[in-house]
Every structure is written in C-alpha cells, then in structure tokens.
Design a binder for this molecule. Sequence first.
Ligand SMILES: O=C(O)C(=O)C[C@]1(C(=O)O)C=C[C@@H](O)C=C1
Length: 319
Amino acid sequence: MVQEEHGLRVAYLGPMASYTHQAALDTFPQSRNHTLTPVPDIPSIFQAVQSNNAERGVIPFENSTNGSVVQTLDLLADSKNQYPNIQMCGEAFVRVQHYLLGRKSTSHSQSQPTHRSSPSGANLRHVKSLYSHPQAWTQCTPFLSSAVPGRERHDTSSTSRAAEIVAADKSGSSAAICSALAAELYGLDVLAPDIEEKKGNMTRFLIIRNSPTTSPSSPLSQNGSSSSWKSLLSFTLPQTGSPGALAQALAVFGKYGINLTSMNSRPSGERPWHYIFFIEFQGRRGDGKVDNALAELQSVVARWKTLGTWMSNGGQDGG
Ligand SMILES: O=C(O)C(=O)C[C@]1(C(=O)O)C=C[C@@H](O)C=C1
C-alpha cells in the first residue's frame, strides 16, 4: 500500500499550496522521506511518471460540486498513446475551502456607500481582476456574483499559481481564489474566507504510477476483500448508431454482480461523436467475477484498457 512506501519521488500540480499539493502531502508524508516536486500542469505529471522521472504522480480527478476534471479524463483517454504505462494505484480526498486572497484596500469604505464588501467585511471595490483555476470558479458561483460581479477573470494552471501571480502584482488590484495555505506562503491578505458554495466541497485525487503490465493482482486473502478495492477502465464502442451497445457493455457488470461507482465519457478523438467511456467499479482483477466480466466485455467493446486498481479509502476527507 502507498502509506508503507518510503523515499518516492512524487510529481504534483504546483506551485506549492495547490490542493493537489495538499493531497500529495497527505498521501506521501515527508516523515517517510518522499520528495514532492511541483510541475506546471497536469500533462507534466503524466510525463514525469511515464518517463520515470517520478515514481508517483498526484492528479485531480473529480470535485463534489463541479464533477469531473475533464483534462485528467482526456489524459487518461491518451488518444495519442503518449502515456501507455500510466496506471492508478491510490486515491486521496481533500476538503476544498476556497479563500479570496489579495491586498486589503487602504481606502475608507465608509465614505463610499457603493462599495461592495466580502462576507468578512473587507472592501472589495479595489479588486479589478480575478485569477484562479477554471475548476474553482464554478465552486464559488454565489460569492462571485454577489461580492465581485463583473470582474475580469483569468484562468490559471492551478489555484496556487493564481496566488503567485497576485502576489507579484504590486498594484494590489487583483485577487486569487485559492487555499488558506497560499495566503501564508505568498504573503497575501484574506479578503474573504470560505467562499465555496457547498460547505462540504471536496476533491478526489488519484495517484498514478508507471506500470507497463496490468497483471492480475496478488491473492485477495492477503489484501482484504474485493469490495475494498476500486478499479478504473476505459472502453470505446464498435461504431456509432449501434443500438444497445453501451447498455450491453454495462449489463456485463450487472450480470456478475459488480457495483459500478462512477461513469464518465469524453470524445474519443477517433472521429466526431464517438466516445470513450470510463467506468469505475468495486473489485479488481484476480477476483473471479471481475475476470469473467472483463473477458466478456472484450466481446462487446472495440478497444479497452484497464487503468488501475487501488484500495478505496471510503470517500473520507484525506486531510
Ligand atoms: O488548482 C489547484 O489547486 C488544484 O490542485 C487543481 C484543482 C482541480 O483541478 O480540481 C483541485 C482542487 C480544486 O477543485 C480546484 C483545482
């Protein structure tokens, strides 16, 4: 299991104080001599692991408010076969509490009745532009429309990169949506705390490794019951307009009593309106019913790939 390993090189979406960094710290504690390396974007995490520059990578997979991280799904779809060895081997859940960080205004809000204030009372009139990762905007919709409506928004590669940009802006007129940790690290003021819409907002991260073979797992008796494991696979269907093909593929799992826990689809990149499906299920290869289901699936789908197996942590907050 991931928790027992020591001295791994781990790539995560940087710079420091991103939520992915938090997931990496939770999963690979520094007390076990892991080396955590920030990289500028999610493709760089895949590249680092595929090229063995890192033994593990931490990637955002889905958010409880916002749904799937489509960039991650597209990298997993791997339509150009750039990441043939990437396999999932763990998951981590992080509570995502967003803060608006910037520079506090030095003007006196009392003399300006039209000023809007954040819930914490900070004057936000001086904030002219906002920076954050695209996933964060839709997690903070009510706050953005009530406290800072109409501001120019700039997408960044991560929330911590947004903090870095705002810290470098000496005019003080920009603000970032990011973690509280970023305030400390980048020397920014908290303009508004807890601005996410859903108070239980959480993101699930997957841990990736380089694993050229997808051999069956070790005997189940050594590692808990099959239901404590989760697996991810992708598949495409033979052709568009083939009635019942998707239903047939999914029915295979029902037939063998396998619980599906999530399903996503993305354009396959092969031709317009053709999709790649991602199925996550309870169980793993080496368990008879999973092996039988996968064997049967092969006769229904066009192309399929197992994307890894990991011990489920039950959907709890990893932090
Ligand atoms: O930008 C970050 O801080 C990240 O770790 C990425 C990411 C994501 O891609 O979903 C992670 C958690 C939040 O949902 C917002 C952004």
